[in-house]
Ligand binder design. Structure first.
Ligand SMILES: Cc1ncc(COP(=O)(O)O)c(C=O)c1O
Length: 422
């Protein structure tokens, strides 16, 4: 068995691969100081928070180096980010309706979501989410004194339109304003919503007077076989908002910047965004995101091939080492949602909630299988219960890593499960 904790040599599946996922050794990755690599001790393989184990895309690195060399580290200015994103959107998704003047640079996607939700709801109003979903959807909405109303995904992990309609009706009760915070594509399941699904969402939102805010941070990460539909590009979505960012696809979470985009009927509202919101993004962030969307396409294509290979490798590894775990291969993102309920990890010692991890808030709250895999396999995953209803007994695994690490992690997880058997 390879021990990926110490091995740095590419393994069989890595030989000859040019994708960014096989460029860095574990020694190099362990020198990183970001959350993924510093939350847990060195014997843990970190497959949790959404950071990728890739070097920076050359056009992005070059733009950052040029800015540093020039001392170009002041405040951000201008519409280059929006123009670069608009160009990318036309080329990749044939979305030609995006108007640069209907966009606003915001500090990051979640702050952008909060600010846009403030435009269309007030304190005490409800925000609908499709659970299980990215945990900060709960935390940020609650922190801003809005109530979260859940519409559970269906058993196929896709949007359940019946549940969504019930949630919309509940959210609008007594005539209160309401919004729907959509994850498009969906984190943590990796489901890429179809155009038909999004049209049905738009029709329901119009019928109930619910405003849609579509978080499209994972949009560039749609994998072969699926097609991304920008929400603002479907009929009925003209009064909606979207949030875009290069943060996930080019691993730029540490370089803060994102774009809020208004549909044509919402453009006047977006102009009401307080001026100070535009002071949050960093100039280096804007430079990096702009370079990514403008010139990072070829690098992204290499990455997508690597992620595609890894999602299939993960399927094979799970079938071999953890056949009880249910895995729907994701259509997009680099996140895999693993239903571990058949492992029956219900011992009290694994279900006490937060433990020794030191990351902030819900991201480090572990229970059930995630806690067992950390304690017994030394593999850090995201715990399903923090993704809301339907997340219990599940874990989210980040496969944006080398095949060697993926192989070692799943092997360890399988061994830990077998060791529990009488
Ligand atoms: C769906 C979704 N939205 C937002 C974020 C966070 O984005 P940002 O760091 O720009 O706030 C993430 C991060 O993984 C995410 O998965």
């Amino acid at each position: 068995m390879t021990d990926a904790t110490h091995s740095t040599a590419p393994d069989d599946t890595e030989a000859g691969r040019t994708d960014p996922l096989v460029q860095l050794s574990l020694e190099q990755l362990r020198r990183r100081t970001s959350m993924k690599w510093r939350t847990h001790p060195e014997d843990v393989l970190p497959l949790w928070v959404a950071e990728m184990d890739v070097p920076q895309a050359p056009p992005v690195a070059e733009a950052l180096h040029a800015a540093i060399d020039l001392g170009d580290t002041g405040y951000p200015c201008g519409s280059a980010y929006a123009e670069a994103f608009a160009g990318f959107a036309v080329e990749r998704w044939k979305w030609d309706g995006l108007r640069v003047e209907d966009t606003s640079v915001v500090p990051d996607v979640m702050m952008g979501a909060v600010e846009v939700l403030r435009l269309v709801t007030g304190p005490g109003d409800a925000v609908v989410v499709c659970s299980p979903v990215y945990p900060p959807f709960y935390a940020f909405v609650a922190h801003d004194s809005r109530a979260v109303v859940e519409a559970r995904l269906g058993p196929d992990l896709r949007i359940d339109l019946g549940a969504l309609e019930e949630a919309f009706a509940l959210a609008r009760c007594r005539g209160r304003r309401a919004a729907f915070l959509l994850s498009n594509p969906h984190n943590p399941t990796g489901v890429v919503h179809t155009r038909q699904e999004l049209e049905a969402v738009a029709a329901l939102a119009r019928k109930h007077g619910v405003r849609v805010v579509s978080d499209e941070i994972h949009a560039p990460l749609v994998l072969p076989g699926a097609h991304f539909t920008p929400y603002l590009n479907v009929p009925g979505a003209e009064n909606a908002f979207a949030l875009a960012s290069a943060s996930k696809a080019w691993n730029l979470a540490g370089l803060k910047a994102a774009l809020a985009i208004a549909g044509p009927e919402a453009a006047d509202e977006l102009r009401l965004l307080p001026e100070e919101v535009g002071h949050g993004p960093s100039h280096l962030g804007v430079i990096a995101h702009t370079a990514a969307f403008r010139e990072g396409g070829a690098w992204l294509d290499e990455l997508l091939l690597g992620l595609d290979a890894n999602r299939h490798l993960l399927g094979r590894l799970l079938a071999e080492h953890l056949p009880e775990v249910r895995y729907h291969a994701p259509q997009g993102t680099y996140l895999a949602w693993l239903d571990c309920t058949r492992l029956r990890i219900d011992d009290a010692r694994y279900n006490g909630g937060d433990g020794d991890a030191t990351g902030p808030g819900v991201v480090s709250d572990l229970a059930g299988p995630a806690r067992m895999f950390l304690d017994e396999a030394r593999v850090a995953l995201s715990s399903g219960h923090v993704f809301g209803s339907g997340g219990e007994g599940c874990v989210r695994l980040n496969f944006a890593t080398t095949p060697a690490v993926l192989r070692e992690a799943v092997t360890r997880m399988g061994r830990a499960v077998r060791a529990r058997r009488p």
